[in-house]
Design a protein around this ligand. Structure first.
Ligand code: M6R
Length: 631
């Protein structure tokens, strides 16, 4: 992941780099660093471990402001790190510089052949100071630059890049060309904000949005040379390519917790409005057809024709997006009666999957930048399948490559732990299922109308859960010191059990697993004793009785059991529920097929309060990043 930035222009460079990095902090927080050319044409480098604020604390006040008139050109690069190769320490922090301080570079991605490159450069006498894969790039460039006549740095870059394997976005500068900033993209996002005589390179358009309203989206294997005269783009074969400058339509990232202690809690509370927003204009009334007009149709695609011809759906994504996809499988198969498979994008892309032009690939990604999901999209397109993405970022790499883009419309999600985007993605999958069922006539009209009517009520149901979030707090205190915790459910709430466990793991670092309640007896039950609480999700419907039996089986092994059920079940089944569970959380009555949208909310709160109680960094949990652009 990592976030990289670069600036060329006449503004004080350090504050600009720091501000841009702040917008990329969601990409990693293992270390931060900047380098800029000072008035003597020397690179000044500052690095600090941990979050950006640690870097800000060590920057001299006047750093990078320049001492000359405002006509002076400033150049600098910056980095936010999510460690892949080498520990999260100051030595491994970027920028990396060549031994003679001639070239400085920041990198996002992984250089897969770094070991061979490092061995061969070290054999030639190059001194390595870090354990990163990145450092070999700066030394390789320096070596090739020295061997050239110094007149064509683009050629040097082309030679170097041809030797690199892997995914990378690079931003770099050389003291030989103090008025030139270079940017390279290969399977990692990179954009260039274009201003009046100034340019801002960044891993994400959000870092550019507060400064510029014009943007260039670099393509894979392109090199940009940025100078006061403008941006020139070359491919790896040395051919010059015409830059496409597009309007930048996104606003600056609003970083505001709106009175909540953490972004995660703010985003949990936004869910009723997120659902309303995601339904708006798409589901307008129970007797109106679903309107799934895409935000974008690429490659001249006709969404209606695509949806009419498919006979199979493959949903792919990672983490929470994968879990949302699993909920979609249950819903769409029930309504549309076509096979829906769900597969982790990282597995899917290396498996030579069987797809054809009648297969719809649904790529789920909040960020639209997840490397595995992006590659799954590319591979599926090459095999002739049509790709629909459900994403929260219409300007993302996945959105730019998919045939059809359906926006999740959840608004910016800052917390690394995804909450509102899970719910928003499920809503869009449900709309897709409803729309397909309507056009194909595969589900009784009355039941479709009941589902639509139920969906319109979901915001109020979530509001009701959120009206008293504190009911979850005592449970969080009671169970927050468990070493392991199991979440079990069956049917359409099985993915909710997976999501509940993922939330807890990622922000509290407690070992948690989600299982199908039916699977418990096939292995996990052996672990159970009084030290492992089991949280069961039970919603009246097809699998309620079976799930209750599975919860009782857990209790019989002395597990402390928590139930998450509905208020109507608490009336109809009070005896068995109270007998089975030590503690019970309730959600309002909700149709089983829609229940994941509501049942997930108390689990988000449960994870939140446990993490809070344990004093963890809720919004930026250790080792994680919001956008995973490495494989
Ligand atoms: O941006 P994406 O939806 O593609 O991200 C996928 C996962 O990295 C993401 O859902 C991750 O699992 C979250 N941290 C979960 O809270």
């Amino acid at each position: 992941m990592c976030g990289i930035v670069g600036y060329l222009g006449k503004k004080p460079v350090v504050p600009l780099l720091v501000d841009s990095l702040r917008h990329l902090e969601y990409r990693g927080y293992d270390s931060a660093g900047i380098a800029y050319l000072d008035d003597e044409n020397l690179f000044q480098v500052y690095k600090a471990c941990g979050k950006l604020v640690n870097l800000e604390n060590i920057l001299p006040e006047a750093a990078g402001n320049g001492t000359e008139s405002s006509s002076t050109l400033h150049l600098g690069i910056g980095h936010i790190r999510w460690a892949t190769h080498g520990a999260a320490n100051e030595i491994n922090a970027h920028p990396h510089t060549s031994n003679d301080n001639q070239i400085a570079l920041v990198h996002n991605g992984i250089i897969e052949n770094f070991y061979e490159l490092r061995q061969s450069l070290a054999a030639e006498g190059v001194q390595f100071s870090s354990d990163t894969d990145t450092e070999c790039v700066v030394h390789l460039l320096n070596k090739l630059n020295k061997a050239s006549d110094g007149s064509n740095f683009i050629q040097v870059l082309q030679q170097a890049l041809k030797q690199l394997k892997g995914a990378y976005a690079l931003t770099l500068a050389s003291r030989d060309n103090p008025d030139r900033l270079y940017a390279v993209r290969n399977h990692a996002p990179l954009v260039i904000g274009v201003g009046s005589e100034e340019y801002l390179v960044a891993s994400d358009a959000v870092a550019v949005a507060s400064h510029h309203n014009k943007i260039i989206y670099l393509k894979d294997r392109e090199i940009a040379e940025i100078s006061p005269e403008g941006v020139r783009i070359f491919n790896l074969d040395g051919e010059e390519v015409q830059p496409i400058i597009e309007p930048l339509n996104i606003g600056p990232l609003q970083i505001d917790k709106k009175g909540f202690k953490h972004f995660m809690m703010k985003e949990i509370h936004e869910q009723p409005d997120v659902v309303r927003n995601s339904l708006a204009g798409r589901l307008v009334g129970v007797d109106q057809p679903i309107d799934l007009t895409p935000q974008v149709s690429n490659n001249g695609s006709d969404p209606t024709a695509i949806l009419n011809q498919i006979d199979r759906i493959v949903i792919t994504g990672c983490g929470t997006s994968f879990n949302a996809g699993l909920v979609g499988k249950y819903f769409i198969e029930e309504l549309v009666r076509i096979p829906v498979e769900v597969e982790s994008a990282g597995e899917y892309r290396y498996r030579n999957p069987v797809v054809n032009k009648k297969t719809l690939i649904v790529a789920m990604s909040q960020s639209g930048e997840t490397a595995d999901t992006l590659e799954a999209v590319r591979q599926s397109s090459q095999q002739g399948a049509k790709v629909l993405t459900i994403t929260n970022r219409e300007d993302s790499s996945i959105a730019r490559e998919a045939d059809i883009v359906l926006s999740a419309r959840a608004g910016v999600e800052v917390s690394v732990c995804a909450t509102k985007t899970f719910v928003a993605q499920i809503i869009v999958l449900y709309l897709l299922g409803l729309s397909l069922a309507e056009t194909r006539g595969t589900y009784p009209t009355e039941q479709l109308q009941a589902l639509k009517s139920g969906l319109l009520k979901v915001p109020t149901l979530i509001e009701s859960v959120l009206s008293n979030p504190e009911v979850v707090q005592p449970l969080a205190k009671k169970y927050g010191h468990a070493r392991d915790l199991l979440f079990i459910a069956r049917g359409i709430n099985y993915p909710v059990a997976l999501e509940g466990a993922l939330k807890l793991k990622e922000i509290s670092y407690i070992h948690a697993e989600g299982y199908s309640a039916s699977e418990l007896k096939h292995g996990p039950i052996a672990m159970l004793d009084e030290d492992i609480p089991v949280l069961s999700i039970l919603v009246p419907g097809l699998v309620f009785d079976k799930s209750l039996s599975n919860a009782q089986e857990a209790k019989a092994r002395d597990a402390r059991s928590i139930g998450l059920t509905t208020t109507d079940a608490m009336v109809d089944q009070a005896g068995p529920l109270e007998d089975t569970f030590e503690d019970i959380l309730t959600i309002p009555q909700v149709p089983e097929l829609l229940s994941p949208l509501v049942a997930t909310v108390p689990l988000q709160l449960f994870a939140y309060y446990i993490a809070e109680h344990l004093g963890k960094d809720v919004d930026q949990p250790r080792n994680l990043a919001k956008s995973v652009t490495v494989e």
